[in-house]
Ligand binder design. Structure first.
Ligand SMILES: [Zn+2]
Length: 466
């Protein structure tokens, strides 16, 4: 049995998806019920007859097509309802195998491993998602294997580490064909910079996996893939795979059924908040905590999923990111909501979230206010959404609702750097939810987001001109 098949147990239960989206795909709905963790259920492999030329259509329709073929037959993995959906879409499908639920044990370790060795690098949960330690071991391994391309940067400590109670370093990796001055914490760096961040919201586990694959795509592709080679010769790519490691530490403790912790782990602002990622959860929402539009669309209740924190920029994870961004990008924008950054401004920051298939850009705190660079941001967002196969795009308040204190607003507000949020993931059905089956990453999300990332990198040099 292939790894893909064995890893299918975390199949998202479609019924939970609508509630999950309300509770936080685009947050602010603090009153909405929290999704319940997935329960164990069998997975199915369906045999689809009628020719292998159906593969493209199946993928387009969102089915999880396995690599395996037999004659003219293809195989699709899914939960019990997928057979019905295959037939409804006009395919001839029958059950080929029933796979029992597989339990993926939660990682034994909490907090950063003393040694980020090969064993740590294999740590996964929920069918293949990498733990924080596995992601960090990966960064070190990539830097060892590709010393001419990659540099790991420790940019701070998580809340728990800052308190001396476990926790993690905050880590980024800079990837480029290194020349003098590259990857320095200096705003005078010679190349334009694309910054990509995952898992600021801990439970949005697709985004950490996309970051992992993006790092490999760049470092493995240099010298063999023309597009990647050109990109790394001309651009610096910064990746923070896990911006909220304390939160992810809570998520991964759920093992097969990850805890849906959204926030960081700071428990000093209220008592009695839950510690297993339910609708009452400890911590501060790191995407409501910045000083840009602070207070809009967020909660003052410490156990709420959208708790903004006691004051703007209160959290160590927020401050560490802001300090890193200020050390990488020059401030090119005057204060005020309508001042434009000049046409020769360089750089782009992508904050990856999930889910609901959207591209968002500033201002998030008030969609009736258009930024000075609105036309350029909107045009780029439109192209990103198109590359994703027709996602929605706009200011948050145009397609969802206003929310302030987000990191993407802060990046544009403080520095004038172009800034986007991607909400990666189907809003319902196959591969939806915060914890889609791991096979969805290979079959659906990585192929889609790879093109968006390559486009983003190509626009980092001059986002506001042309
Ligand atoms: Zn999010």
């Amino acid at each position: 049995m292939s790894l893909t098949r064995r890893s299918a147990l975390a199949m998202t239960v479609a019924a939970g998806a609508a509630a999950a989206m309300l509770a936080g795909a685009f947050p602010g709905a603090s009153a909405a019920p929290s999704p319940t963790p997935q329960q164990p259920s069998a997975s199915y492999v369906y045999r689809v007859t009628g020719g292998v030329d159906r593969a493209e259509a199946l993928l387009r329709e969102g089915f999880d097509v396995l690599e395996e073929r037999q004659g003219g037959d293809l195989f699709v993995m899914g939960s019990a309802d997928v057979g019905t959906r295959l037939r409804a879409a006009g395919h001839r499908a029958s059950v080929d195998q029933v796979l029992p639920p597989v339990n993926w044990a939660p990682p034994a370790r909490s907090g950063q491993a003393a040694s980020l060795d090969a064993a740590v690098a294999e740590e996964t949960y929920a069918g293949g998602y990498r733990t924080v330690n596995a992601q960090y071991a990966h960064l070190d391994q990539v830097a060892r294997d590709h010393a001419a391309l990659a540099t790991v940067v420790d940019y701070g400590d998580s809340w728990r580490k800052s308190r001396g109670s476990g926790g993690y370093d905050l880590k980024a990796i800079c990837i480029t064909k290194k020349n003098a001055g590259d990857c320095a914490l200096s705003t005078a760096a010679p190349k334009p910079r694309l910054f990509v961040m995952g898992q600021l919201h801990a439970r949005e586990i697709t985004t950490g996996d996309v970051a992992y694959r993006w790092i490999d795509h760049l470092t493995d592709g240099y010298g063999t893939d023309t597009q990647v080679t050109t990109l790394l010769n001309t651009t610096e790519v910064w990746v923070v795979p896990i911006a909220n490691p304390d939160g992810v530490d809570i998520v991964q403790r759920g093992g097969s059924y990850p805890y849906l912790q959204r926030k960081n782990a700071n428990n000093t602002n209220g008592t009695g908040c839950g510690t297993t990622g339910g609708s009452s959860q400890v911590g501060i929402d790191l995407n409501r905590n910045t000083s840009s539009g602070y207070g809009v669309g967020s909660s003052t209740s410490p156990c709420s999923e959208t708790y903004r924190g006691p004051s703007a920029n209160s959290e160590v994870e927020t401050k560490a990111l802001q300090s890193l961004w200020r050390s990488l990008y020059r401030d090119r924008r005057a204060t005020g909501t309508t001042a434009a950054a000049p046409a020769d401004t360089t750089g782009m920051v992508i904050s990856m979230h999930s889910y609901s298939n959207m591209v968002l850009f500033p201002w998030g705190f008030n969609s009736s206010v258009k930024s000075g660079n609105d036309a350029s941001l909107r045009a780029i967002a439109k192209q990103m959404a198109s590359l994703a196969g027709g996602w929605r795009y706009g200011q948050p308040g145009e397609i969802l609702y206003n929310a302030g204190g987000a990191t993407d607003d802060w990046v544009y507000d403080d520095l004038g750097v172009s800034s986007f949020v991607w909400e990666i993931g189907n809003p319902s059905g196959t591969c939806s939810g915060f914890t889609p089956a791991y096979s969805c990453q290979t079959s659906l999300y990585w192929p889609k987001v790879k093109g968006m990332l390559l486009y983003a990198a190509s626009k980092a040099a001059k986002p506001y001109s042309g």
